[in-house]
Design a binder for this molecule. Structure first.
Ligand SMILES: Nc1ncnc2c1ncn2[C@@H]1O[C@H](COP(=O)(O)OP(=O)(O)O)[C@@H](O)[C@H]1O
Ligand SMILES: [Mg+2]
Length: 316
């Protein structure tokens, strides 16, 4: 059986692209195909306009320097200090000792590990170890950073701090980030687009907010439900008498009293059965389940008005 098949994926320069899937879906295999640690038996891989699949081993080594990678279990050298771990990828370079020292200092500042340069990995927390991993991955000024479950071994608070660091690195240095995870929370916090994988294939792909608010595939819906309550009006024992609608909205609309204003002009009223107002990376969004009570002319008019003002309304 093929580990991957029919995978066609283009990641844009400068974006943070997430791949989510259950264990065994083929995520790590796909990520390892990007730097050809795993060589696909069919197809090609291009990074930054260079087709890697046709390069010689030596050329490939060079191109790989521009693709950093971090891992779930950090993969640090346990017998080397933080400074030596970070300097490790620079060993092959022609940089002078002094230049290496300065580059490592820059990286220590970037990841917030000043003062820990003489520590050994065993003396660090998980979050600090991953910071060393990130600094080491950035040593050669890569254009692309691959992250294989980089926060999966960390507690939620540390996960947040590492995700914030990755987002900063993406914004400040313009590095394209391709990350894989089984946690929707990671996708929601920092990704621009997401692909969902299952059985070695991509089953859904799109802008994170789009996929989140409107998941098509069952597996995608399961992942979304990790971070958003899905509404099952019947299961909750609610007995609405009116029309139940799901209302999705995003961006500036999240700050407008649109529902109130729309209903106010009619004789209908409304009950909020469930609601989430949150943030997807930097975009505010809301998802409400609302029961509209009134005559059918009013409720139809309300739904039409809400749609007219840019809200996504579906009748449940
Ligand atoms: N080179 C390969 N050829 C065929 N199957 C592989 C290869 N590498 C991994 N696999 C299999 O592909 C599946 C996906 O593995 P993996 O990419 O590690 O999944 P994930 O990272 O999503 O958990 C696993 O069943 C694994 O045993
Ligand atoms: Mg994996």
């Amino acid at each position: 059986m093929d580990a991957l098949s029919d995978v066609n994926l283009t990641v844009e320069k400068g974006e943070i692209f997430g791949i989510i899937g259950h264990s065994g879906a083929g995520k790590s295999t796909l990520l390892r195909c990007v730097n050809l640690l795993e060589r696909p038996s069919l197809g090609s891989v291009s990074v930054g306009g260079h087709e890697l699949t046709i390069l010689s081993e030596k050329e490939l080594q060079q191109r790989r320097q521009k693709i950093g990678m971090i891992f779930q279990h950090f993969n640090l050298l346990s017998t080397a200090t933080v400074r030596d771990n970070i300097a490790f990828p620079l060993k092959m370079s022609t940089l002078s000792k002094e230049k290496v020292r300065r580059r490592v200092d820059e990286l220590l500042d970037l990841v917030g590990l000043r003062g820990h340069e003489q520590s050994y990995p065993a003396q660090l927390s998980g979050g600090q170890k991953q910071r060393v991993g990130i600094a080491r991955a950035l040593a050669n000024h890569p254009d692309v950073l691959l992250c294989d479950e980089a926060t999966s071994a960390l507690d939620p608070h540390t996960t947040e701090s590492i995700l914030t660091l990755l987002k900063d690195i993406n914004q400040k240095l313009g590095i394209t980030i391709l990350l894989i995870t089984h946690e929707m929370n990671v996708i929601r916090s920092i990704c621009d687009r997401v692909a969902v994988m299952e059985g070695g294939r991509i089953i859904e792909l799109g802008e994170v907010l789009e996929v989140f608010l409107n998941p098509h595939h069952k597996t995608t819906r399961d992942f979304v439900s990790q971070v958003a309550e899905t509404v099952d009006v019947q299961a909750q024992g609610l007995r609405p008498e009116g029309v139940v609608v799901r209302i999705n909205y995003q961006g500036d609309l999240a700050h407008e009293p649109i529902l109130f204003e729309t209903v106010k002009g009619t004789e209908a009223s409304f009950v909020i059965l469930q609601g989430t107002v949150s943030r997807m990376k930097d975009t505010p969004y809301g998802q409400l389940i609302v029961e509209l009570r009134g005559n059918s002319r009013d409720t139809s008019q309300i739904i039409e008005q809400l749609r007219h003002r840019g809200l996504d309304v579906s009748v449940l």
